[in-house]
Design a protein around this ligand. Structure first.
Ligand code: GLU
Length: 465
C-alpha cells in the first residue's frame, strides 16, 4: 500500500512550502488508495518553538489535508513524535556500529574547530577527517568506560557512486568521496535528522518520500543508510523549489508571505491556494488551470511535474482566488465573509444583499470590508472635498424624498432626471453622489447600493455639514 508522510519540525508556523509538499503527499496517496501520515521531527531542541505542533494540525485541517496517522491521533506505528522514539534510534545506531558502518567519535570541539580552520585555509570543503574511524576496539572501550563524550558517525565508503532514481528529478549520481562521515547520534544522545528520517520512514513503511529539492543533497546519506541496514529504499520525489517572486532563491522564511498564517489572515481560500500551488509546478495537458483538490487527485500525473523552480507570484494567486470566489454560491460566500469578519458583528442579511455587487470584484475575503464598509457605517471622511456642494445635495434630497418605491431603477431614474434638470454632466453628478454616500470615488454600483442602504439612510447622508 502506498504510504506518504509529512515530517515537519515544530519550528513555528508552517511555511507555504510545507503545504506544497503535503499537497503532493496527500494527492499521491489518495490517488493510489494509500495513506498520508504525519510524523513530528522534534529532535532539534534548539529550534523547538512551543505550540508549533498544534498550529501544524490547524493548518492541515484548514486545507483539508488531514493525515490518517499522527502524533495527535496515533496509529499502528506509534509513537509519531521522534523525541519519544529515542531508544529506537540508539538501537539502530548500535547495529550500524556492529556492522562497522558507523563508529564512535570522541573528537573534542577544539580539535574539530582546529581541523576546520586548517581546511578553510587550504580552501578545502570542511569535512570530518575520519580521525576516530580507525581507533582500536580497546581504545574505544576505554573511552566509553571513562565516559568520554562521543558522537556516532556513519562510515561513508571511500569510493562508491550512489545512484538515486528520483521520480521527479530522474537519475542523480553522487560520489561518496564528497560525502562527510555524517554524525547520526549527537553528544546528547539524540539522533540527527539523517538517521531518524531513515529509521522512521522504514519502520513506518513509507513507500514514497516527497520533499523539496533543497533536501536532495542529504539523500545520498540516506541511500547509504538504507544500504547499510539492507532495507528497501522508498521512492523519492524531490519537488521543484518555490522561488521568491523575483525568481531569485528559495521562498524565504523571512518574507511574511512564506507563512501559511499570512494567507489565512488575508482571507485567501485554502482550496484556491492548493490549486495555485499545484499549478505552480504541475501542468495539465489540456491547459486546465482551475481544479479543486478532488479533481486534482483524478487528473494528477507525477510525470507532468516540471523540473524548474517556480516563482511564487501573488498576483496569480489573487487571480485563482478571485475565480474561486466568483464560482461560489452567494450563501457560501456570505458564510465565509461572516466567518472572516466574525469579531465585527456584521448584519448577515445585509452582507448577503451586497454579495451580487461585489462577488466579481473581490479577490480575497479581506477585500470585502474596505469596499463595503459604507453599508454598515456612514462615511466619516470623503475622498473628494464636498464642502461647497451642500446646496446641491439639498436638491438631491428633495428629489429623492419623492421616490416612494425605493428600488434601484427608480432611484437611478430620479437621479438622471435631476442631473438633466440641473444641467450637470452625469459623470460629475454621479461622482459627487458616490462620494457622499460611500465616502469613496470607487465603490460598488451606486443605485444598487442605495437600495440596500434604504431611503432613510441615504437621505441622512445627503445632509452634510
Ligand atoms: N523534518 C524535515 C522538515 O522539517 C523533513 C524533511 C523530509 O521530508 O525528509 O521538513
Amino acid at each position: 500500500m502506498v504510504r506518504t508522510r509529512i515530517a515537519p519540525s515544530p519550528t513555528g508556523y508552517p511555511h507555504i512550502g510545507t503545504i506544497y509538499q503535503v499537497l503532493f503527499d496527500y494527492v499521491y496517496a489518495k490517488q493510489h488508495n494509500g495513506k498520508f501520515i504525519m510524523r513530528l521531527e522534534d529532535t532539534d531542541q534548539a529550534r523547538f518553538v512551543p505550540g508549533s505542533e498544534d498550529v501544524i494540525y490547524k493548518s492541515l485541517e484548514w486545507f483539508g489535508l488531514n493525515p490518517e496517522e499522527s502524533p495527535k491521533i496515533g496509529g499502528p506505528y506509534k509513537p509519531y513524535r521522534q523525541s519519544e522514539r529515542l531508544p529506537i534510534y540508539q538501537k539502530y545506531a548500535k547495529e550500524l556500529i556492529e556492522k562497522k558502518h558507523a563508529y564512535y567519535c570522541f573528537c573534542t570541539k577544539e580539535r574539530l574547530d582546529e581541523m576546520r580552520k586548517e581546511q578553510q585555509a587550504k580552501k578545502m570543503n570542511p569535512m570530518y577527517d575520519k580521525h576516530c574511524r580507525n581507533l582500536g576496539q580497546k581504545e574505544v572501550n576505554k573511552n566509553l568506560e571513562n565516559k568520554i563524550p562521543f558522537v556516532i558517525r556513519m562510515a561513508v565508503p571511500e569510493n562508491q557512486t550512489i545512484i538515486l532514481n528520483d521520480l521527479i528529478v530522474g537519475e542523480v549520481k553522487f560520489e561518496s568521496k564528497t560525502i562527510d562521515d555524517q554524525v547520526i547520534i549527537k553528544a546528547d544522545g539524540y539522533p540527527t535528522y539523517h538517521l531518524a528520517v531513515v529509521v522512521d520512514d522504514h519502520l513506518m513503511e513509507i513507500t514514497h518520500i516527497f520533499r523539496g529539492r533543497e533536501w536532495l543533497p542529504s539523500t545520498p546519506k540516506h541511500v547509504l543508510l538504507y544500504q547499510f541496514f539492507e532495507w528497501k529504499i522508498p521512492e523519492h520525489g524531490h519537488l521543484p523549489l518555490i522561488l521568491n517572486s523575483d525568481g531569485k532563491g528559495k521562498l524565504s522564511k523571512r518574507f511574511n508571505h512564506a507563512s501559511v498564517d499570512y494567507y489565512h489572515h488575508l482571507g485567501y481560500l485554502p482550496e484556491a491556494i492548493l490549486n495555485y500551488l499545484a499549478n505552480l509546478v504541475w501542468f495539465h495537458e489540456g491547459g486546465k488551470e482551475i481544479y479543486d483538490l478532488n479533481e486534482f487527485i483524478k487528473l494528477f500525473d507525477i510525470k507532468k511535474i516540471g523540473s524548474q523552480g517556480a516563482r511564487f507570484d501573488l498576483q496569480k494567486l489573487d487571480w485563482v482566488n478571485g475565480i474561486y470566489i466568483r464560482n461560489m454560491k452567494q450563501e457560501t460566500l456570505n458564510e465565509k465573509i461572516m466567518d472572516f469578519y466574525k469579531d465585527k458583528n456584521l448584519p448577515k442579511d445585509i452582507v448577503l444583499k451586497t454579495i451580487p455587487l461585489i462577488q466579481e470584484r473581490i479577490k480575497k475575503l479581506s477585500d470585502y470590508l474596505p469596499l463595503c464598509e459604507f453599508f454598515f457605517k456612514a462615511p466619516e471622511k470623503y475622498e473628494v472635498d464636498l464642502a461647497n456642494k451642500k446646496d446641491f445635495f439639498k436638491q438631491v434630497h428633495q428629489e429623492l424624498e419623492k421616490v416612494t418605491d425605493w428600488k434601484t431603477g427608480l432611484i437611478g431614474e430620479s437621479l438622471i432626471n435631476l442631473a438633466k434638470k440641473l444641467e450637470i454632466k452625469n459623470s460629475q453628478f454621479f461622482m459627487d453622489m458616490r462620494v457622499v454616500i460611500t465616502g469613496k470615488k470607487i465603490s460598488p454600483p451606486l443605485n444598487e447600493s442605495m437600495e440596500i442602504l434604504e431611503k432613510e439612510e441615504c437621505l441622512r447622508r445627503l445632509t452634510i455639514d
